[in-house]
Design a binder for this molecule. Structure first.
Ligand code: SAM
Length: 94
């Protein structure tokens, strides 16, 4: 997340009148929230970009409440993707 993205998100929330929303800048591998803080953790195309996915998943588990929920919308593969497939955007986007 760049500073510009953070500013845009804060401005959009303010314009929409959302006073129960905050934004914190950080990395998925080191989330800037306390243990057991979150009811829900969502990754929509973020976990799959983290170089250290184990650290990312450990952080998600750390910050979730005991009965919290994890929702992932990420592309995961179990074998090497051929280069020609990686380079064909039509195969990766809807
Ligand atoms: C494909 S975009 C998805 C963004 C958003 N979820 C959406 O649906 O529009 C991936 C985002 O993950 C962020 N990202 C990549 N690696 C990250 C990391 N290690 N920790 C936190 N965010 C990361 C990027 O900055 C980018 O904003």
């Amino acid at each position: 997340m760049t500073p510009a993205m953070l500013e845009k998100a804060r401005r959009a929330a303010k314009e929409a009148g959302f006073d129960n929303v905050t934004f914190r800048q950080g990395f998925g591998e080191e989330l800037p929230v306390d243990d057991g803080w979150a009811d829900v953790v969502i990754s929509n195309g973020v976990l799959n970009l983290m170089p250290d996915k184990t650290a990312g998943l450990q952080e998600m588990a750390r910050v979730l409440k005991p009965d919290g929920r994890l929702q992932l919308g990420d592309i995961l593969v179990q074998k090497e993707v051929p280069l020609d497939v990686k380079q064909d955007i039509e195969l990766w986007s809807g």
